[in-house]
Write a protein that binds this ligand. Structure first.
Ligand SMILES: [Zn+2]
Ligand SMILES: [Zn+2]
Length: 452
């Protein structure tokens, strides 16, 4: 039945050996589509040659028709040779005829290899994967063809093409394919006449911790409030509300070293603009997108960033990580414990002895207890209004002046410390102001420690 189908195909169309094999790809294993196609044509030639030599006149007559079909319509050289050896004539058709299904795409794989290796010349990578986007015309024509001849064991054009190019490229690059998470993804857009190769590089992720030793720098960019990033007079046409960010101070060296297109900064939570980040620093992961270089000298970059940003930003503990840890970093932010130092001003004066009593009361009211915080007034324009329950672990107070105190506060991550102190007009309760029975305002805040 397979032989009948092959003959039926060549009565109507010329298809190349690769495409013939693809039409029967689910049959037989441990071979290639080219081998399949060639085996079919060779077996057919042998079968018909045998019939030609047999004494049966019907078979003999039929075999000449079939051998001519293979020689003329399939341009199959072994059939042509049998015919000429037996002294039989056949018409030598134009051997440049293009394959009805692939327009000779499969006979000219080297041009995809050449273009791909050119694109990869400057890229550092360990593994790769080939993807392809054949034009709808190619796929539709092949689908119609399969229906016409009732071909149920065919492989898709795409998977055949990807595998053939992938195997050949593997030999040229001497690098293995990676099917789940390739460092390099080459996508070949295919038309019958032309093609294009697009390169996608897997992001690299660098974990580290940062310290911020000055106030006034946000972690990442905020869009200008007035123009929402379009650029206006207020933001001096930058579209940004703050010119410099922690991200801006850290990422450029990484982008340069990795020749990445850009980067994304993922912080384990964030401190307010006017809050310093001290101690061992806040964990972050820097994602470098489309990096042409993957092996970075992290020690050198760390040194460079720290030297350039002395007295502003410091990074440490750099190491490679994965996308998976970005998700963990984000979800673990609320489970962290944080230690803050707050300098607090009181509206009315309090003497040192009374301060001592109030601290005892403060510890009693807060330590290892939950507070209720409604979204603060100052962030309500960008955060949903809801009530958050947060644990306060430990509080220590130091008397500086009758109306100036220092507090060391250990809380659950995500607690709004300024509001814990002020009360935020009753939105956080209980609050330090409530216990002190006077209005307290946080003058400055530092994060001393973040523990995961
Ligand atoms: Zn073909
Ligand atoms: Zn603006």
């Amino acid at each position: 039945m397979i032989f009948d189908k092959v003959l039926e195909i060549y009565q109507k169309y010329y298809i190349c050996i690769h495409c013939l094999g693809r039409m029967f790809s689910l049959l037989g294993s441990y071979t290639t589509n080219y081998e399949r196609g060639n085996s079919l044509l060779l077996s057919l030639t042998m079968e018909n040659h045998s019939n030609y030599l047999s004494g049966d006149s019907v078979l003999h007559k039929e075999s000449i028709i079939n051998l001519k079909l293979l020689a003329e319509n399939a341009h199959y050289y072994p059939s042509q040779k049998v015919l000429s050896d037996e002294g039989l004539n056949f018409v030598k058709n134009d051997s440049n005829e293009v394959c009805y299904l692939c327009h000779n795409i499969f006979s000219d794989i080297q041009k995809y290899i050449k273009k791909s290796t050119q694109i990869l010349e400057e890229i550092e990578f360990n593994n790769f994967l080939i993807g392809s986007r054949p034009k709808a015309q190619i796929i539709n024509q092949e689908d119609k063809f399969k229906t016409e001849f009732n071909l149920l064991e065919a492989e898709s054009f795409k998977s055949h093409f990807n595998r053939v190019v992938g195997k050949e490229l593997m030999k040229h690059l001497n690098k293995p394919p990676e099917f789940n998470s390739p460092e390099v993804l080459l996508i070949i857009s295919l038309d019958f006449e032309n093609f294009n190769v697009e390169l996608k590089l897997k992001s690299i992720y660098i974990y580290g911790r940062y310290n911020k030793s000055i106030r006034g720098i946000p972690q990442t960019h905020w869009l200008c409030k007035k123009c929402m990033g379009n650029g206006c007079e207020l933001c001096n046409y930058t579209g940004k509300q703050y010119l410099t960010t922690v991200e801006d101070l850290i990422s450029p060296e990484f982008i340069i070293a990795s020749k990445a297109n850009d980067s994304k900064f993922h912080g384990a939570g964030r401190e307010d603009i006017d809050v310093r980040m001290l101690g061992s620093g806040r964990p972050f992961i820097l994602e470098l997108r489309n990096p042409k270089i993957r092996n970075l000298d992290l020690i050198k970059i760390e040194r460079f960033v720290n030297k350039k940003n002395r007295k502003r930003i410091r990074i440490n503990n750099l190491r490679y990580t994965s996308k998976k840890e970005v998700i963990e970093l984000k979800s673990s932010a609320k489970d962290t414990k944080k230690v803050y130092k707050a300098i607090v001003k009181a509206e009315s004066k309090i003497d040192k002895e009374k301060f001592g009593y109030i601290i005892l009361k403060l510890k009693d009211s807060f330590e290892n207890q939950e507070i209720h915080q409604r979204t603060p007034n100052r962030v309500s324009h960008r955060r949903a209004d809801k009530i958050r329950k947060k644990m306060i672990y430990q509080i220590n107070g130091k008397y500086i002046k009758p109306n100036l105190f220092e507090f060391i506060i250990e809380t659950q991550g995500g607690t709004y410390i300024k509001e814990l102190i002020s009360g935020d007009e009753g939105r956080t309760t209980p609050s330090f102001s409530e216990i002190f029975k006077t209005k307290l305002i946080c003058k400055s805040l530092d994060v001393l420690e973040i523990s995961l």
